[in-house]
Design a protein. Structure first.
Length: 364
């Protein structure tokens, strides 16, 4: 009986020991999960920036799908919606790389890094930033940001509007003004970004700004470019009205549009493709902002470039960045499907590279 009682006590003691060990393991696991990774859930989140190395001569794109190695922590914290921003921008860059690898779209997604492209890229050496200008997507405000960073003015509010686009007075050097070796160095080491918006909405904006309102009083659009398009593309020769959107679409969708582009010179930057402007498959950009999400993208770009403590993006008027589907459909309602399809064929690279859907009125 005494032996049986002793064995009973031994089993109880052994069970108690196992219970203590089990509880210790659970507590240890909890402590490990909580304190091992400072960037884990509940900890301060670190933003990510791209510091990619660019090769102008060739583009190497790995076939396997993975997040880019160039992303590194900056040591600065985001707040609110900006915590999710790194993932959004990683997905945009991943989409860009995938489309750049699509051989079926090569003619629409690739272009040489020519002087035309280098003329579009503005330089801020002090903060190692390159900005590629894509007109009609709020670029005036970004140029103001760079003008302040370059030291020409101490604040955005002080910059006269007539100075912003005067490249002899605004203190914004173009990348084309440097030697080949200096260009390659900056493309390799600097933070690089540009902004896009729905391609068709951008064309509507360009048409209204240059041929309807013309707020900067640039007479060559109405008196030189518009007549050239009308002579070539207007169907009704008796029509005496100024350039119509239908004429504009027919010109842009013509596969032989380049002979007119040469005559128009650099004025075509307001409606040529993002591919032609910024060579996104040849230059490894750090961030690609979207006009439709500029309220989130602008602060993110400033953070990622490390300049958010020096300058702020100008206040965005409510609703100005929202995609206006009704407006786009209204402008294209009187255009033939043939002309719209030819236009889309030219801008398909822009739609695919930056994740914009083919318009519904083309699918119906």
């Amino acid at each position: 009986w005494l032996m049986s009682d002793n064995m009973h006590h031994q089993w109880l003691l052994l069970a108690a020991c196992f219970w203590v060990i089990f509880m210790f393991m659970v507590a240890s696991k909890f402590i490990t999960l909580t304190f091992k990774d400072p960037d884990g859930y509940g900890a301060r989140q670190e933003p990510l920036i791209l510091t990619a190395v660019t090769k102008v001569e060739e583009v190497h794109m790995p076939e396997e799908k993975h997040w880019p190695k160039e992303f590194q922590p900056t040591g600065k914290a985001f707040s609110g919606n900006l915590i999710r921003q790194p993932l959004v921008h990683m997905e945009r860059l991943e989409l860009l790389r995938n489309v750049c690898r699509d051989t079926a779209l090569r003619n629409l997604s690739h272009t040489a890094v020519s002087k035309f492209v280098l003329d579009r890229i503005f330089v801020c050496d002090k903060h190692k930033i390159l900005f590629c200008q894509t007109p009609k997507v709020g670029n005036t405000q970004w140029k103001k940001v760079l003008i302040v960073l370059n030291g020409a003015f101490s604040s955005i509010e002080e910059i006269p509007e007539n100075i912003v686009h005067d490249h002899e007075k605004n203190g914004l050097p173009r990348l084309s003004s440097f030697s080949d070796s200096e260009i390659k160095k900056r493309l390799s080491l600097y933070f690089k970004f540009f902004i896009v918006r729905d391609p068709f909405e951008r064309l509507i904006s360009a048409f209204k700004d240059k041929f309807v309102h013309n707020p900067r009083f640039e007479p060559w659009y109405r008196h030189e470019i518009a007549p050239g398009i009308i002579r070539k593309y207007r169907k009704n020769r008796r029509e005496t009205k100024g350039l119509q959107f239908e004429d504009f679409v027919r010109y842009l969708g013509d596969p032989n549009h380049r002979w007119l582009d040469v005559q128009f010179g650099d004025h075509i930057i307001h409606w040529v493709t993002y591919v032609e402007l910024c060579a996104p498959c040849e230059i490894t950009y750090s961030v690609i902002g979207h006009h439709e999400t500029l309220e989130d993208d602008a602060p993110y770009i400033l953070k990622a470039a490390g300049i958010d403590h020096l300058v702020s993006y100008p206040t965005i008027p409510p609703g100005i960045t929202v995609y206006n589907k009704t407006k786009v459909e209204r402008y294209f309602s009187g255009i033939s499907k043939r002309d719209i399809r030819r236009l889309y064929a030219r801008f398909e690279g822009d739609f695919k590279l930056f994740g914009y859907r083919e318009p519904d009125f083309l699918l119906n």
